[in-house]
Design a protein around this ligand. Structure first.
Ligand code: EPU
Length: 302
């Protein structure tokens, strides 16, 4: 029996949902990427822990894909298992305290907190990823960040055991210690201020509108490609280097926002990587600033 068949059998026996032979182009917002062996869909922490242990027993590589919104997946795909958490709980557990499943999108979190009349998440409106992914990379916008509203996280190491979380040292700009080797299952969000739900909805919608006018949301992308360097903006620098509209194959540096490389149709990961290299090199040559990617690359290190 092949490794994959053996794992599939054990997942079935443990009643853990999964799919075999999936395509990363269908699991990422970029619409780019080759096949992966398995997509595992645990719907609670017990099944997640069990699934991770089954995969670890057989040494199968694991990657937490979430909603796939910040990922550039290789054209050759990924030999391993993708995990997409299915926990969609949203439970009030105290005054301003909520226990939220990692599969709920940040956008849904914003609306649910606005409805409950709590201030502090509005700027996360329109961020396309899941809460789990948003925590792992500390997603944010307009001065708001996911890490700022999170008080506790239930996450598992790829060995299937819960990881110790020290919130004090967990989050940095577009980065958290959870990136890479853990899978987020759920989180406690704590909100301090109260506000009027109608006003909070309209603020959230204003942020969504701003995003829609400054970013190419009508195209497939992985959001911003590079982190902003200190005291500057990657988009401004790539724009100033004259690179808007530069295309390779089906990929193009967006005319709307230069820190987006959009898939105009049929783009490959190599097209995107070539544009990443062009932008990195030109910005370095013109301004002496080294841009660092924000997106997560999957399947390239073989
Ligand atoms: N700019 C240009 N040309 C461009 C794009 C931007 O000159 O093509 C200039 C703008 O005019 C503005 C400045 O650069 O003066 C900043 O632009 P913007 O307000 O769009 O913000 P940003 O720094 O480019 C960041 C986040 C976005 C987030 C927005 C809004 C990063 C890497 N990017 O973009 O996050 O939505 O602020 O808060 O931190 C993402 O992480 O995927 C993302 C898109």
């Amino acid at each position: 029996m092949s490794l994959r068949d053996n794992i599939s059998q054990r997942l079935k026996e443990s009643d853990i949902a999964f799919r075999a032979d999936v395509l990363l182009s269908e699991l990422t917002s970029y619409g780019i990427g080759g096949p992966a062996d398995l997509l595992v869909l645990p719907d609670n922490p017990e099944r997640m822990a069990k699934a991770l242990r089954i995969l670890a027993d057989d040494g199968m590589p694991v990657f937490a894909i979430g909603r796939g919104t910040n990922i550039l997946a290789a054209d050759a795909g990924f030999r391993g298992a993708l995990i997409r958490v299915q926990d969609r709980r949203f439970e009030r557990i105290g005054d301003g305290r909520f226990d939220i499943g990692a599969a709920i999108t940040l956008d849904e979190v914003v609306d649910a907190l606005a409805k409950a009349g709590y201030v502090g998440a509005q700027g996360l409106a329109g961020i396309p990823g899941s809460l789990g992914g948003g925590i792992a990379m500390n997603a944010g916008a307009w001065g708001y960040s996911t890490g700022a509203i999170v008080n506790d996280v239930l996450a598992f190491g790829i060995d299937g055991y819960p990881v110790e979380i020290d919130l004090g040292e967990m989050f940095e700009y577009r980065w958290s210690k959870l990136r890479g080797n853990t899978v987020v299952s759920s989180a406690t969000v704590v909100m301090l201020g109260r506000g009027d739900p109608e006003a909070l909805f309209s603020q959230a919608n204003e942020y969504r509108r701003r995003r829609a006018t400054t970013q190419p949301l009508d195209r497939k992308s992985a959001g911003c490609i590079f982190k902003n360097p200190p005291h500057d903006h990657a988009g401004r620098l790539i724009d100033a280097a004259g690179l808007k509209g530069t295309s390779v194959g089906g990929a193009s540096i967006s005319d709307v926002h230069a820190n987006f490389i959009v898939n105009l149709g049929g783009a490959t990961a190599v097209d995107v990587l070539t544009l990443i290299n062009i932008a990195t090199e030109k910005v370095f040559n013109e301004f002496g600033i080294e841009l660092e990617p924000e997106i997560i690359k999957l399947g390239f290190d073989r």
